[in-house]
Design a protein around this ligand. Structure first.
Ligand code: HEC
Length: 135
């Protein structure tokens, strides 16, 4: 029935933006079964493109902070001062503060570069909220 389709599309628009491939854009509480966000497929590719030039061995970000974003273990270990990700709690995770630019300009990440898209940040946020699993 035609009306149903229109209704479904309207509901999808109301629920939030539909992001790129594999990025679950729905954060609406009414979505009963939220698709899991994958570290390997949704989160790590963003770090590889936008962060690891500085956050891998010999990179300036790694040298300054000790944060290695090339592996799950590195992401969870955080910096030499402590964890950047608090599983289940994206709002208190320093990683999200830096990526959402809720910090002074000199601390924002990626350093002196364009901010990550809302879709990429929401993927990382959802992954943290879902427990920051090695999935
Ligand atoms: C151009 C180089 C560069 C890029 C690209 C970069 N960083 Fe950084 N990052 C740094 C430097 C330098 C530091 C240490 C100084 C500082 O905290 O500002 C740092 C520090 C950090 C810290 C620790 C901050 C703290 O409070 O100790 C986090 C977390 C971080 N980066 C995350 C990221 C993420 C996530 C990305 C990719 C979206 C990224 N960075 C991309 C250079 C970079």
């Amino acid at each position: 029935m035609k009306n149903r389709h229109i209704f479904a599309i309207a509901a999808a628009i109301a629920a939030g933006p539909i992001c790129g491939l594999g990025a679950p854009g729905f954060t609406h509480a009414a979505m009963a079964a939220e698709p899991p966000t994958s570290f390997q497929e949704d989160v790590l590719p963003v770090f590889q493109v936008r962060c690891v030039s500085c956050h891998s061995q010999n990179g300036e970000g790694f040298k300054a902070s000790g944060l290695d974003l090339t592996t799950y273990q590195g992401v969870l270990a955080g910096t030499k001062f402590g964890p950047m990700v608090i599983p289940g709690d994206p709002d208190s995770s320093n990683l999200m503060r830096l990526l959402d630019w809720r910090v002074p300009p000199q601390l924002r990440m990626p350093h002196n570069k364009k901010q990550l898209s809302v879709c990429d940040r929401n993927s990382i946020r959802t992954w943290i909220r879902q427990g920051a699993k090695n999935n």
